[in-house]
Design a protein around this ligand. Structure first.
Ligand code: ADP
Ligand code: MG
Length: 639
């Protein structure tokens, strides 16, 4: 039969062009990616064979062999895993299923980071073979199919690939790379061994290479390396998490992570523990050093890799961690779960619940350690440049907004999570609630905060003016999740948390006698004006009153203690929820020149009243109720 020609999916063709033209650094990762695929294929066979042992076809050995032909300039990676049928090969080696691929390609095309390390992250590892190969051949036979039902797949990495039937005596897959002349450094036994030791030592299966021996030359002739025909394992071939922690180097732990998480950067920190008791399991947990591009996508896969007594069961077991820790990567190996455990069983299992709780406690402890030991970005790094510094700043920048979800989601650990929170405030960056509490003013009874659409908007809010003037610190919250989270966090360590945009923030307590007097006098004087404002604004506000919280602004909006904030109401409306209208309270600064002027110009009073309200909305980062009317009024006044 003639080979059948196929075109690569457009994305693949584009990717291959990039791979062959722009990835020059870290080219060696192709080997790690292909070994990782071989290892996945073996694990998948082991899993499927739990139900159908006949898939082994009498050859239970699972292994990976790497071989080299210097004359032909080829490197082959052969596994005895699940293999592929012809249809599988066309599908798996011609298309890309992953959602992140487009983002990846944009990064590559923009030329900023032409680092091959990134390729594995996007589930396109197979194509990395073309970094070093001018042609790739794949011979594969799906476990359970007959010898003649093998497939031979070939491509030179341009737009097309070819597929033809092949008779293969063994199940599994062999990927043969025809190495390009500029990559011949990799067609070398020692180089390959070194790369395997570096990148793939943790692979739980034996990775074998043919033993080589030095043969002395005949008299006067040079000696050379010859193959002995014996295969030897070149990695440790034990699952990393089964080793004692002290026997694992940082480098090994990191490589394992990078493969597991498809991350090209080392993790911030990791932890390995065997948990004993009524539920027994091993947890190997990693905290990444940067957020993945799709952290906020709903369909994103997340969770830990689940093994049961060393047998791979599933990727992305999201039941093993709460959602607010979805950035954590790692492996759980359970001694108790049944091998045929399904996602449905995971949801109901008590063992799984115990594992999830154990993992949660462990991750919180890792974060606490990081926050305690190496809180800051500077100093130590410079003194000891060789030391990797786990960095709570980095962690917080990347994942702080996710952790905040835990305040609402995980009541049992709320206190612990609250201690991990960091904010920018009017007094500094990276402020913990404990820091804030420790420097509260004499007589201050609450931890003050303000939520807005962004930190900048929070910082610019008129509500802060009196607090600024008094030197009272206010936490500036600008993440979408903040306001929701703060609904759950009513106090910290016995001190209430209070939004400055709610109710009549108890400013009296913060005023001295003279200030109180001045304010009372001004409010008294403003009474008739307030009545007029109420009439002019009618239904648009629920109340008008004088406030001491403003210094430079004429007015601001607040909501009742029990109402949704204006920003929150807007977010929920944008998300399609129907809500009762929230009517704000307009607070005015009786001492402000503009307010005093209003009294003096009755002919413009109505326009000015509406402008005052609309400007207060603008100050909250919201739109005037009717932009055209607002402009008309302002222009009339200006004219
Ligand atoms: P990923 O490994 O993230 O799925 P790859 O580009 O590395 O992405 O591989 C694409 C797909 O090709 C795999 O998901 C798998 O279905 C198939 N594949 C690759 N290598 C092998 C192999 N050695 N044995 C069986 N299937 C393989
Ligand atoms: Mg892969």
């Amino acid at each position: 039969m003639k080979p059948q020609k196929y075109e690569f999916q457009t994305e693949v063709a584009r990717l291959l062009h990039l791979v062959t033209h722009s990835l020059y650094s870290n080219r060696e990762i192709f080997l790690r990616e292909l070994i990782s695929n071989a290892s996945d294929a073996c694990e998948r066979l082991r899993f499927e064979a739990l139900e159908k042992p006949e898939l082994y076809g009498g050859q239970p050995d699972l292994r990976i062999r790497i071989s080299l032909d210097k004359d032909k300039k080829t490197i082959s990676i052969a596994d005895t895993g699940i293999g592929m049928s012809a249809a599988d090969a066309i599908e798996n080696l011609g298309t890309i299923a992953h959602s992140g691929t487009r983002a990846f390609m944009q990064q590559l095309e923009s030329g900023k980071t032409a680092d091959a390390q990134m390729i594995g992250q996007f589930g396109v590892g197979f194509y990395s073979g073309f970094i070093v190969a001018e042609k790739i051949e794949v011979f594969s036979r799906r476990a359970g199919l007959a010898a003649e039902e093998g497939v031979h797949w070939t491509s030179d990495g341009s737009g097309e690939f070819e597929v033809e039937p092949a008779t293969l005596p063994e199940r599994g897959t062999t990927v043969t790379l025809h190495v390009r002349d500029d990559a011949l450094e990799f067609a070398d036994g020692w180089r390959l061994r070194e790369l395997i030791a570096r990148y793939s030592d943790h692979i739980a299966l034996p990775i074998e290479m043919e033993e080589e021996k030095w043969e002395e030359g005949e008299e006067g002739k040079p000696g050379k390396m010859v193959k002995t025909g014996k295969w030897e394992a070149v990695n440790q071939a034990t699952a990393l998490w089964t080793r004692a922690k002290k026997d694992i180097t940082e480098e090994q732990a990191s490589q394992f992570y990078q493969q597991l998480a498809h991350d090209w950067q080392p993790p911030l920190t990791w932890s390995l523990h065997r948990v004993e008791g009524s539920t027994e399991y091993t947890q190997l947990l990693y905290i990444p050093s940067h957020a993945p591009l799709d952290l906020w996508e709903r369909e994103r896969k997340e969770g830990l890799k689940l093994y049961v007594r060393r047998v791979f069961i599933m990727d992305d077991a999201e039941q093993l961690l709460p959602r607010y820790l979805r950035f954590v990567k790692g492996v759980v190996d359970s001694a108790d779960l049944p091998l045929n455990v399904s996602r449905e069983i995971l949801q109901e299992s008590r063992d799984v619940r115990a594992i999830r709780e154990g993992n949660t406690r462990r991750v919180l402890a890792m974060l606490e350690d990081m926050a305690k030991e190496k809180p800051a970005e500077h100093t130590e790094k410079e003194e000891k440049p060789e030391e990797k510094t786990p960095d709570y700043h980095t962690f917080w920048r990347e994942f702080g907004a996710v952790i905040k979800e835990g305040i609402g989601e995980d009541g049992a650990n709320r206190e612990r999570i609250a201690r991990l929170l960091r904010y920018t405030s009017t007094a500094g960056d990276f402020v913990s609630l404990a820091d804030y509490k420790a420097r509260m003013k004499e007589g201050q009874k609450a931890i003050y905060y303000i939520c807005a659409d962004s930190q900048e908007a929070a910082a610019g809010s008129p509500q802060l003016e009196a607090f600024r003037k008094k030197g009272i610190e206010v936490l500036l919250m600008g993440d979408r999740v903040d306001e929701w989270a703060m609904n759950w966090l009513r106090e910290f360590d016995g001190t209430p948390l209070q939004s400055v945009a709610r109710g009549a923030a108890d400013l009296d307590e913060l005023q001295d006698e003279a200030e109180k007097k001045a304010f009372d006098a001004a409010s008294e004087q403003a009474k008739p004006l307030i009545e007029k404002l109420k009439t002019a604004l009618g239904d648009a506000v629920s109340d008008v009153r004088a406030t001491a919280r403003l210094v430079d602004s004429p007015a601001c909006l607040v909501v009742k203690d029990t109402d949704l904030s204006l920003q929150m109401a807007r977010i929920l409306r944008q998300a399609g929820q129907t809500l009762p209208e929230v009517k704000p309270i307009l607070e005015i600064n009786p001492a402000h020149a503009l307010i005093q002027k209003m009294e003096a110009s009755p002919e413009h009073f109505d326009d000015m009243a509406h402008i005052l309200l609309d400007q207060a909305l603008l100050a909250e980062g919201l739109m005037p109720r009717d932009a055209a009317a607002y402009l008309r009024r302002v222009n009339a006044l200006l004219a």
